[in-house]
Design a protein around this ligand. Structure first.
Ligand code: HEC
Length: 147
């Protein structure tokens, strides 16, 4: 009996949780609205693996394009570069970025240091799967400098 009660409580809690996550409006939607939403949240593209047949309708061969500098910055760099944590040059602090540019000699040198890491700055700012173009765009975004 005690077991049964526990199970009921778990079901109730689970139900509450799902209720919170799904935030009921879904129930009030008609089928059109629902399919519109599933269209909107479906993956941007599907990946075809060499040697395998692609999804019906010919799925795209690339999962997604490069992420914007803003997106990379706000996901990976902001924790240090928004506040100047560990003396990181702050976003939009033109004077500091100009000094860094002068000290290293070029945007390419700043990019090189960002890719490889320098002192407390981790390689690729912890975005291990970032391409160098994405890192370059995020530096451009936070420094206002151009490559
Ligand atoms: C853990 C904190 C941290 C994160 C996360 C981080 N940085 Fe940094 N970054 C630093 C610090 C600290 C410095 C200053 C290093 C120094 O010169 O001593 C720095 C310096 C830099 C510089 C200047 C390098 C130079 O040669 O002057 C660039 C460019 C840079 N970061 C880009 C990025 C990018 C792009 C990201 C996100 C993809 C990022 N950082 C994420 C801490 C961080």
């Amino acid at each position: 009996m005690a077991y049964f009660k526990k199970k009921q409580a778990a079901l109730l809690l689970g139900g509450l949780f799902v209720g919170l996550v799904m935030a009921n409006p879904v129930e009030d939607m008609d089928d059109n609205a629902r399919s519109e939403i599933s269209d909107r949240i479906k993956p941007v593209g599907s990946l075809c693996v060499t040697g395998e047949e692609c999804a019906a309708g010919g799925g795209a061969t690339v999962a997604s394009g490069p992420r914007s500098g803003e997106k990379i910055y706000s996901t990976y760099c902001t924790i240090c570069h928004a506040t100047g944590l560990l003396n990181a040059p702050k976003k939009g602090d033109k004077q500091t970025w100009d000094q860094r540019l002068a000290a290293t000699g070029s945007f390419a040198a700043l990019l090189h240091n960002a890719l490889n890491g320098i002192r407390a700055m981790p390689p690729k700012g912890t975005c291990a799967d970032c391409s160098s173009d994405e890192i370059s765009d995020s530096i451009e975004y936070m420094s206002g400098l151009s490559p």
